[in-house]
Design a binder for this molecule. Sequence first.
Ligand code: ATP
Ligand code: MG
Length: 226
Amino acid sequence: MASYNDYILMAEGVCKSYGRGAARVEVLHELDLTVRKGEFLAIMGPSGCGKSTLMHILGLISTPDDGFVTIGSETVTNDNSLRTYLRRTMIGLVFQRFNLISVLNAQDNIDMSLRVRGIRPDQRTAELLESLGVSHVAKRKPSEMSIGEQQRVAVARALAHRPAVLLADEPTGSLDSASGHALMEILKRTNRDDGQTIVMITHSAELARFADRTVHMQDGVLIDHQ
Ligand SMILES: Nc1ncnc2c1ncn2[C@@H]1O[C@H](COP(=O)(O)OP(=O)(O)OP(=O)(O)O)[C@@H](O)[C@H]1O
Ligand SMILES: [Mg+2]
């Protein structure tokens, strides 16, 4: 039985709705989730079931209407400075469309992400690009990279500040099957070798097999979560 200390990320009783009055849609209904330190968790579910909504709440980009999120030993409150601090130090995010800054090359994208966190860029940027197999694009802007290369740079950027949890929202959504598998191998290696905790949303049961555990989301709750 895992103890409380084994968990790095928890959602308890999380509710979230959009819109008001008759247009109100409740997307998350008292959702509970626990993620253990060092776990690689996949979340699957039909389009529109609320996966990205959950990811944004876990990533402290948006706030739940009810319930709460715990990261490490910190229960996240509505205090903006605490949220910003935890988001910058504990969370690494990879989006489906990567959101790299188009005017910056790969290395500067990563270094910029470190600087906004008050971390002086060092050798780690080059090491990450090397370990993700994209050293050759270090000086290239996103428009000069393939989609797969952009996604690997986005993963490098999300890992650069050594986040406690890497959250990835359909990171393979824009990749072909071979690039998707290659990215999964990278995530698996990061999880296994560095003990990186990963929560990944995917539509692909095949890619979910790279994770230690898969939970399914339906009607705003996780249906097989224990
Ligand atoms: N800002 C918003 N305002 C109103 N409704 C929203 C908003 N964002 C999402 N929704 C609605 O909430 C529901 C859940 O959206 P969400 O993006 O979390 O789904 P998802 O599971 O990530 O879907 P997909 O697999 O297509 O990415 C959808 O019905 C969507 O239309
Ligand atoms: Mg989504």
